[in-house]
Write a protein that binds this ligand. Structure first.
Ligand code: NAD
Length: 478
């Protein structure tokens, strides 16, 4: 279904994120027929060029990153006709009058801040000054949203001077993933799971976001952030919230976000022994973290594992183990809900111990799998085995339906539709920082370096111990 006509400005429209994600996402929605009619897509950045020159930039980006659709030459040339460019300085006066002249007032106006967060305030102020910050305007902001509670509050304050919370779309692209939304459908669209979704039946939950690559060319940027800020405070906290939250009364933005916020507020502070951080070592010709970060003294972590406790009626006593890192064995992200053992085994010790595990895989092969215990086929007596009830979407839906939109496609269309459900609210972001800040402060006060770990493995041994001492173990990264 096509969205209403809109004008969209991409500040930082020539940048890395715009070229890899935003322009290809817009093009794919155009090919899908969702963007049609009299729409203007305006790149605004510092580089000096005209709209013709900029269309070449966008075309090259789509050809490189747009997937199969980019071979549709006719569609591409139609799409490029919607694209304009304004040379503009976020901090100065250049370009603003031109931009205001291109924006029409009879439609939704969206402004994507794909620039450094230090420019957010400048952009908001100038949008207001040039009459582009009214009730029809929406702004989209990228991560990182601050580097601690104080800076996040400052950013919220700056944006609130010119925009209402209902106009601010804070992107966390994890929330745009098909499987993540499916997690909500599975929980709240079925009667099967919700009665078991609590500490009485769930032994623990594991959330893993493992990458096989190192920091590569982003070393300098990453070194100022680290895994806690780059992954845990935003993406992993959001996943934890979706697993732990109470059913909202409605699937509407504030109802969902209220419930997520309650989860963050119910998190216990993490004690020193419940968190492990690491830094990868060299492997063959691949340099170690400190070399890639160009900081021989760096104490920034490229790996974190921690045990989080949600202290509320539903989850008391059921730990959430989170782990994320770079240069691990494989690229794999998943949430595993590990259920408790059956209270009594009628089959005797020989049959083995079996547990149901619900796995929500974000990458690769997005899908959901439920492990169930059955009898091993054959005459060998009552032996039990685990088999997956597999809900890999590609198989269930057929290849056409399974070609679901990239997270950015969905999220940008949600901005135009005015649906904030999959975006973070200001108070959520602040609450998440309020939880991670003390952990980071402890590290800084302690002054200890992160533990070295072998590239291509599963992180420091201490991370394994974090679970072993509770009589549990991490699932294999694969
Ligand atoms: P980039 O450095 O590649 O691009 C920055 C863009 O901002 C360029 O178009 C540049 O012309 C423009 N710009 C810089 N100063 C300006 C000014 N004074 N006035 C107007 N335009 C100006 O950066 P990027 O990697 O595309 O990142 C953009 C934002 O997205 C950042 O907030 C970043 O943290 C965030 N982000 C990036 C990625 C990614 O994969 N690149 C992922 C997540 C979030």
């Amino acid at each position: 279904i096509p969205v209403e006509p809109f004008d969209l400005v991409i500040f930082g429209g020539t940048g890395d994120l715009a070229c890899r994600k935003i322009w290809p996402a817009l093009f794919r929605r155009f090919v899908a027929g969702q963007i049609e009619g009299d729409v203007r897509l305006i790149g605004a950045a510092r580089g000096e060029m005209d709209s013709t020159g900029f269309r070449d930039v966008v075309q090259a980006a789509i050809v490189e990153f747009g997937g199969e659709e980019s071979s549709q030459k006719r569609e591409l040339s139609k799409f490029l006709k919607l694209v304009n460019y304004v040379t503009l300085d976020a901090r100065g006066t250049d370009g603003w009058v031109d931009l205001a002249g291109l924006m029409r007032t009879d439609r939704i106006r969206a402004f994507y801040f794909s620039v450094a967060p230090s420019l957010f305030g400048d952009l908001a102020k100038r949008l207001h000054k040039h009459g582009m910050a009214d009730d029809t305007s929406r702004i989209v902001v990228e991560k990182p949203f601050g580097r601690d509670l104080e800076t996040a509050r400052d950013l919220n304050r700056v944006l609130a001077q010119h925009f209402d919370e209902s106009q601010i779309y804070r992107i966390d692209h994890y929330l745009g993933k098909e499987t993540v939304q499916n997690l909500m459908a599975i929980r709240f669209g079925n009667v099967l799971f919700e009665p078991l979704w609590n500490s009485q039946y769930v032994d623990h939950i594991q959330i893993t976001v493992a990458e096989s690559v190192g920091v590569g060319g982003r070393g300098e940027y990453y070194d100022k952030s680290g895994a806690m800020r780059d992954m845990v405070q935003n993406h992993m906290m959001q996943l934890l919230c979706l697993i732990a939250m109470e059913p909202p009364a409605k699937f509407d933005p504030d109802a969902v976000r209220d419930e997520k916020l309650k989860v963050i507020r119910a998190l216990d502070p993490v004690r020193g022994g419940d968190v492990v951080r690491g830094q990868y070592e060299a492997q063959g010709d691949k340099p170690d973290y400190r070399t890639q970060a160009e900081n021989p003294e760096s104490t920034t972590e490229s790996f974190v594992a921690l045990k989080a406790l949600v202290s509320n009626w539903r989850w008391a006593g059921t730990p959430f183990y989170l782990r994320t890192g770079k240069r691990l064995r494989d690229r794999a992200s998943e949430i595993a809900v590990v259920f408790k053992d059956a209270p009594h085994s009628i089959f005797g010790a020989d049959a083995g111990r079996h547990r149901n595990i619900l796995t929500i895989r974000l990458q690769p092969n997005e899908g959901i799998e439920l492990g169930v215990t059955i009898k091993e086929p054959g005459p060998g007596g009552m032996r039990l085995i685990d088999v997956p009830l597999d809900m890999t979407f590609a198989e269930a839906l057929g290849p056409e339906d399974a070609d679901f939109p990239d997270a950015y496609e969905r999220l940008i269309m949600d901005v135009i539709r005015g649906n904030q459900t999959l975006f973070m609210r200001g108070d959520e972001v602040e609450a998440a920082w309020a939880w991670t800040d003390p952990i980071i402060a402890d590290w800084q006060e302690g002054g200890a370096a992160p533990l070295p770990y072998i590239s291509g493995g599963s992180g420091p041994d201490e991370a394994l111990m974090l679970m072993h001492r509770d009589g549990r173990r991490w699932r294999e990264i694969k």
